[in-house]
Design a binder for this molecule. Structure first.
Ligand code: ASP
Length: 434
């Protein structure tokens, strides 16, 4: 008797995204800008932009509802201060390690020690680009490091959030708002907290819906990027590219797994659960845009809503390990290209500034360039030298954003584990957390 074959399970989202990434690379490299009347490149850009906008649409209400509802609940517990301290401790430590990895990689591999003709050529090409870039560093300087902390307190929170760049201000306001909700009389506090929690649930459902389009959005974004950047211009920057990549890989595949294992979280299972979020971060090069998926995947990996909705929105804004590593690597690389020997003190300054400026970098593509300009001028290097790395910036942005997002989810997993949520990491319970 013929038995009916069981229905095939649908392809997992991360596989769909991975396939569309491969197709996007091929399409970007080999398809022409136009096929007959069809503007191929513009169509990719349109689809990618639409997806990016849909993700960004979620960010402000998602951060506000997540942080306010999490803090309103946590504020009632004694755990609030403890959770905040653990989160900040993790973020501070992991970013410091990331910068030191960047420092070690560039110092040992010396990607900027090139033939004099090559360095002259790179410096000249950076000068040629400097006019287009000048707007980015106009009026930037050390004052901006202080400005990061100043802008944390918004004059007008709606306007700050509306700019979509002042997420730190939105988080600061939401933390306060959630905390002071706990000061309402019990009955009103509960009612109001439920209201915010419902808002958060609605946002998660909207996220679920937008996520379904990820494979198409990723295709559009990556194909357009590859088509407009190409691979030919990489030439003299190949060594720098791989030095940064090595640093990012060490942080992602060595440091984080060691930390996760130390706290009893199976690293491979966590990485697997995070794949859709990581691939989205890679494709969008935006921590903010990848935040909705990060919350979704981290909760699916077994972290409770209580921990995920508190740690991840803060992390997407202040914890940027990949970015900090990159900032440090770029400045040291540029110094090598210019033949400048940075003293130990100057290198220490680069490390400290990379750490602090990464706090204020917005979760959008190419945002760290401004921070790099600040560090360059602090150590006496010309601002326009940033033009040297522009060719490889986008691809490295995709890679560093992936590390940024993964760092946040590792923090959530570690905090969850130390809060006694380890049970969630058993296969039978993973995904059932609320
Ligand atoms: N694109 C990065 C992010 O969104 C920021 C940067 O390094 O430029 O996390």
């Amino acid at each position: 008797m013929a038995t009916e074959a069981p229905p095939r399970p649908p392809l997992a989202l991360h596989w769909k995204i991975a396939i569309s990434l491969v197709l996007a690379f091929l399409a970007g490299l080999f398809l022409p800008e136009k096929i007959g009347p069809i503007p191929v490149l513009a169509s990719f850009q349109f689809v990618g932009e639409l997806f990016m906008r849909a993700l960004q649409m979620l960010v402000v209400p998602l951060i506000a509802t997540a942080v306010i509802s999490a803090v309103a609940r946590l504020g009632e517990e004694e755990a609030f201060g403890r959770l905040g301290l653990k989160t900040l401790l993790f973020y501070g430590t992991s970013t410091t390690v990331a910068v030191l990895i960047g420092l070690a990689c560039v110092n040992s591999l010396q990607p900027g020690k090139v033939e004099p003709e090559v360095s002259q050529m790179l410096i000249a090409s950076a000068k040629a680009d400097s006019e287009a870039l000048a707007a980015k560093w106009e009026g930037r300087g050390m004052g901006d490091v202080v400005g990061v902390f100043q802008r944390m307190v918004p004059v007008n929170v709606v306007e700050a959030a509306g700019q979509n760049r002042e997420m730190l201000a939105l988080i600061f306001f939401s933390l306060l708002f959630g905390y002071f909700m706990t000061r309402l009389p019990a009955e009103r506090r509960n009612r109001y907290t439920l209201w915010w929690e419902d808002g958060y649930e609605v946002m998660i459902r909207m996220t679920d819906w937008v996520i379904r389009f990820t494979p198409y959005g990723v295709f559009g974004l990556v194909a357009a990027t590859v088509a407009s950047t190409g691979l030919a211009a990489f030439g003299p920057l190949v060594k720098f590219f791989f030095t940064v990549l090595l640093g990012l890989c060490l942080h992602l595949f060595v440091f984080f797994p060691l930390v996760l294992r130390f706290f009893g979280v199976p690293p491979f299972r966590h990485l697997k659960a995070m794949m859709p979020a990581l691939l989205t971060a890679f494709s969008t090069a935006s921590s903010s845009a990848a935040l909705p998926l990060n919350i979704e995947c981290t909760q699916k990996s077994g972290v409770s809503k209580r921990v995920a909705s508190f740690t991840l929105p803060i992390g997407a804004t202040v914890n940027m390990d990949g970015t900090a590593l990159y900032e440090c690597a770029v400045v040291l690389f540029i110094a090598q290209i210019y033949g400048v020997e940075l003293s130990l003190g100057a290198q220490a300054l680069v490390v400290v500034l990379s750490l602090f400026t990464s706090l204020g970098v917005a979760g959008i593509p190419a945002a760290s360039l401004v921070a790099i300009v600040i560090i360059l001028s602090a150590v006496g290097l010309p601002k326009e030298a940033i033009g040297i790395v522009m060719v490889v910036d986008r691809l490295l942005d995709m890679c560093r954003t992936t590390v940024n997002i993964y760092g946040d989810s590792c923090c959530a997993a570690v905090v969850a584990a130390t809060e006694g949520e380890k049970a969630h990491y058993r296969p039978e319970t993973a995904g059932a957390s609320q």
